[in-house]
Design a protein around this ligand. Sequence first.
Ligand code: F6P
Length: 554
Amino acid sequence: MAYYRTPHNVTALPAWQALEEHRAAMQGFSMREAFNADPQRFDNFSLSTCGLFLDYSKNLITTETRDLLVKLADEVKLSEAIKAMFDGEILNASEGRPALHTALRRPIGDKLKVGGTNIMPEVHKVLGQITELVTRIHDGLWRGYTEKPITDVVNIGIGGSFLGPQLVSEALLPYSQKGVRCHYLANIDGSEFHELSAKLRAETTLFIVSSKSFGTLETLKNAQAARAWYLAQGGSEAELHRHFIAVSSNNAAAVAFGIREENIFPMWDWVGGRYSLWSAIGLPIALSIGMANFKELLSGAYTMDQHFLTAPFAENMPVMLALLGVWYGNFWNAQSHAILPYDHYLRNITKHLQQLDMESNGKSVRQDGSPVTTNTGPVIWGGVGANGQHAYHQLLHQGTELIPADFIVPVVSYNPVADHHQWLFANCLSQSQALMLGKTRAEAEAELRHKGMPEAEVERLAPHKVIPGNRPSNTLVVERISPRRLGALVAMYEHKVFVQSVIWGINAFDQWGVELGKELGKNVYQRLIGDVEEPAEDASTQGLINFFRSRHRG
Ligand code: F6P
């Protein structure tokens, strides 16, 4: 198996240089004028695939911009990189692993070799195990220590072993099967455990300890707390296997915790945590929506994989979104990107994309260890609309930063209440419209005069009412959030992140930056509990340790 190596210094490529010149020429570009001049702009800059419709016409682009961005994708040999990922080449060079989350949604007859072994039978064997567990729980055959069926499932996991499953299971609540409630326990904060356990009965609760490494502090601490709680509630060690199962690639550690070997669902090192909701890490999803819907989710992701593999770049949804992100981050100095779902069920997508994007592309060296020569991943932030309109959209409209945004909105609501959905949809569209159109000084003045204001007041107030406009956004419209379309949507963002990593020449699949905090956490903990008296490396940390200790004395 070959290592995939960064072949380029992106800023030195001809297309990059051409984009720099083009950016200078775009200085006075006005989206308002572009729409007025070209009645086809919406058609020219929109795409439809896998049940998703993308309008990217409200961007600071012309067809020349798109051509140059596509040229950049060609010059970094994006097609080769995509093929390398799907074929299982070692893209994750620092950990010596392929990144094969796409294998998890491939059909049963496909062949894909990792280290000489076809991994597809194993992938489908695990899907079979998941099916069996889901059936047993849904049919009431899996019983707790008092022989009552399971009513509550608690996923104990953090990061990728939490955010993806939580996003999907909660986004697909309209598909949830009656009888089993899913809960998530992620943080080491005891209050989270306290609040959740108060709602549960041990005899009817199943805990899934979900940790690829089975070495994550928060997860292990919560698993121990859950076990102690289960025993305190009347459960016994002998019946523990009815209440604790695991998803992990670290069998030995899961067994050492007390989980029976047959209750450990495997994970593979070729699936990164933030790309793992398609594996057994997705157990809470399957338990919530049932196996048929879980397979629909996989199949939606698979259709997006096929689109990504085959569509020309200018018509390729993840590629175009990635290129637009590069355009703003690298040529317009945008530092962040907002994800704004206008759908209650999709409210957790921002958190999932935060990990997906920021843990993948928050890097400063390239695959070969050399420093990057340009900015890499943006800060991903945002939240559900219309709530955000009454909180942070002010900064999007009139702040000093250019912040591109993705609006995501379904056409059909699962829960129509009077005309709420029409208003929600209207709000979504009007926000992207306001960002694009803005309000000129002349318009602001005319408005104030129309209200009959004296000229001095018009002068005084007009500057505050001016909205610069020309602020970019994409709008992703989904007819209705279904397992299939959600699968496509999430896979689309995975591929967007990958494309950007290829352009920047970085490794999207490692996360060494989070390790230092974990190591230092142990040192600080030892000082907090008094096991180590030697002062911390710096006075600030030591001062805060002293503060904590002075309040916990005696
Ligand atoms: O600390 C970061 C991280 O390693 C993520 O990449 C991962 O998703 C999360 O922790 C949880 O890891 P695990 O599934 O091994 O517990």
